[in-house]
Design a protein around this ligand. Structure first.
Ligand SMILES: C[S@@+](CC[C@H](N)C(=O)[O-])C[C@H]1O[C@@H](n2cnc3c(N)ncnc32)[C@H](O)[C@@H]1O
Length: 396
């Protein structure tokens, strides 16, 4: 297990290689059960990033997917460690039961409500403006640095609550408030990342560093190792680095891993270790559509992604200008037939090129016929490449 490292891969697989009792704190913010695809266009280069909830089989399917991951978290956690599981109304009831099952009801510490403001609510209900973070300890004792996280004795309305508390208890005279402030309650009012936030990276589920700083500060020491198995754009890593903790981040998305690597470099001038599992057919088949596109076009052809998703005329990317800037089309499908090849040929001609690359898992007879006809009759050269070709280094 490497420290201060970003692991790219499925956290179940990555964690299975970690020893028992090896990390002090886990913060996990898994993709929620929304049955939704969030796709976002980043930067002016319009690189398309995809964040996808990968299950469509209902809540049981989701919990079945989560269970072995939470079990791995439990196994790698030290006996003095704690885990925070971030979720929302979509799955919180189910995840609470799962956490009780794995950690034990008596190890439940808090149900933290992260309350945030924001526009938009249904006409027939109250605005949904909070997430839930379950906080569990593994063993009987756990790290809780109360002094690290104290806040002023003020209510939301700005009243000094230490007097109200003292009066309420009828011990005004004896009550000695802690000069460092009070331990926060379990409702945390922390501003979410919005379009104006300085730390905003454009990632749809990015959490504020302030939220993670409270978690890391409360539940780890400077000698601690903090693990985030669903690391996204690396907010936990940033908070841990800021507070001088050791950290490990895992994310299945190559795009997310590259982004957090860049973020750590920018904020702390550190060149974090980026550890990638074996890139094989199994790995490629798990990639979301835009990750697949990035892998083929950027990683393999060293090219550039097409600027727009729709209206791209069947062109997903271009080979580097130095090698001709030829169109690349990618399809996560088997047995590509004649039609997609004919359409790609049209796209190549519209782009005023005479050559292009088509990448898929496999091609049928019709595809080869289309390629031969395009070459013989119209001088358009289409190279068919399977994913296995690319894995074997057969690119151009
Ligand atoms: C809700 S986001 C995390 C956001 C993060 N807390 C932040 O502040 O940026 C969930 C992340 O889990 C990742 N993910 C989904 N399935 C995964 C898996 N099996 N292993 C590792 N990461 C996974 C997604 O790529 C996504 O980046």
């Amino acid at each position: 297990m490497e420290i201060n490292a970003i692991y790219e891969g499925d956290n179940l697989e990555v964690m299975s290689k970690f020893p028992d009792n090896s990390v002090d704190l886990i913060y996990a913010d898994p993709p929620f059960f929304t049955n939704a695809n969030y796709e976002v266009i980043w930067h002016d280069k319009a690189e398309i990033r995809s964040f996808k909830d990968r299950w469509e089989g209902g809540i049981e399917h989701y919990i079945t997917w989560m269970e072995p991951r939470v079990r791995e978290c439990y196994r790698v956690l030290k006996d003095t460690g704690a885990m925070y599981l971030h979720c929302d109304y979509h799955a919180d009831a189910h995840l609470r039961i799962l956490m009780d099952k794995i950690f034990g009801e008596n190890h439940f510490l808090n149900e933290i409500i992260w309350s945030y403001k924001g526009g938009g609510s249904g006409k027939d209900r109250f605005g949904r403006r909070h997430d839930t973070i379950f906080y569990y300890s593994k063993g009987k004792k756990h790290i809780f640095n109360d002094d690290n996280i104290r806040i002023p004795y003020l209510s939301a309305e700005g009243r000094d609550t230490k007097y109200a508390w003292g009066h309420h208890k009828g011990i005004d005279k004896e009550y000695k408030p802690n000069p460092k402030g009070k331990i926060p309650e379990d409702v945390w009012e922390i501003a979410p990342i919005n379009s104006m936030s300085k730390e905003r990276l454009g990632y749809p589920t990015q959490k504020p560093v302030e939220l993670l700083e409270r978690v890391v500060n409360a539940s780890s020491d400077k000698t601690s190792i903090v693990l985030d198995p669903f690391c996204g754009c690396g907010t936990t890593l940033v908070a841990s680095q800021k507070l001088q903790r050791k950290w490990i981040g895992i994310d299945i998305s190559p795009t997310a891993c590259k982004l957090m690597h860049k973020r750590l470099k920018k904020e702390f001038s550190i060149d974090a270790q980026l550890i990638r599992g074996e890139v094989d057919l199994k790995y490629v088949k798990k990639l979301a559509p835009f990750e697949f596109q990035n892998w083929v076009v950027v990683d393999k052809f060293l090219g550039t992604i097409s600027k727009t998703k729709s209206g791209d005329m069947g062109i997903d990317g271009l080979t580097p200008q130095i090698t001709g800037g030829f169109p690349i089309q990618v399809k996560q499908s088997e047995s590509i037939g004649r039609n997609p090849i004919d359409n790609f040929e049209t796209a190549i001609r519209r782009a005023n090129k005479n050559k292009g690359y088509f990448v898929a898992y496999s091609f049928g007879k019709g595809a080869y016929e289309g390629v031969a006809e395009a070459k013989n009759n119209r001088g358009i050269e289409i190279t068919l490449r399977t994913v296995q070709d690319l894995l074997d280094g057969k690119i151009e």
